[in-house]
Design a protein. Sequence first.
Length: 370
Amino acid sequence: MKIKKNFIDALRIHVKGGHGGNGFPKFGGIGGKGGDIYVETVEKQTLAGTLSKNPEKRYIANNGGHSKQHCIIGQPGEDLVIPVPSGITVTSDNNKNLGDLNVVGKRVMVSQGGTGGNSRNKFIGQKGQNRNINLILRLIADIGLVGFPNAGKSTLLKAVSNAKPKIASYPFTTLEPMIGTLDYDDGRKITLADLPGLVEGAWANVGMGHSFLRHVERTKVLLYIVDINGFRLGPKYPHRSAIESVILLNKELELYRPDLVEKPSLLVINKMDTANAEEKLLKTLKDLKKIQKVSENFPEEMRPAQFVKFDDVIPCSAKENQESVNHVKLRLRDILDFSVIEGDAMVSQEIKLREQVKRKLSESNIRILF
């Protein structure tokens, strides 16, 4: 299944550092260094904006100036800066991470200008670094919404935050990520990202595929949402019950990156305002308690190896019941705050253990390498 989208969250570009200027052998003159190329985080920038400013996706820095009789030191080539949004990971074509840009003003060099001509290189200016790089956007939000199309993610986002997503009763209303802010009475603010609906096989890049899954990597908490009535993508697809939806969402994330299922998580069972919802809820909650056994009804390749341990399970009607929405909002804050405290405690414990090991190594006169 191919889904058309306008949102750009990955861009491959070509970068070439400036050529170093030639030296002047007679007077020992040194050529100017070629310009470097940087990628820098800029406010209110998008990858679509980066592309529109340079559709050819080729960036070449200025060359260094030659050494001359009346200008022994050549002028350095001007550096080139490529503006990108916050949340960008820069990688080379061989998947080497060149840097993460999560703060406005941070920059990373992606192409070094060539050295100017001098006595060590026979006064011949050197070529600048010439390569392709990838700009990959991974949204930074406190909480990420995970669910199959039409589960009610956009409706819930609108109900709990200031976001205004498009809402309709058909799959794939959301074709690009949207971030809303949850405001609390004491001034606390939490960001929540509504992400394009998953389909079975997203881990293998089916549907929105990796374009969706990469955006859950940097969230601290995952909010799973399923329709109590289940879901069917189309006539060619089987109907999935609510519990089957949970199992498949679990598997999709696990196949993409196993550690995603270890994130703190909340499960919202949505559309409780529909017919026979209470009866279906009782069965779903019962099945959740024996989810591993229920998963045995699936083919082996569709069963999760590790099951998500939900911090809470909340029945909700994002469309009709504001009280249930408010409860979800409060629990998200509780789970997020607890995960941050727990994470800080683990970091603190790791630091203490490292210090203990260092002391013991020092007492034993063993060289410390970390």
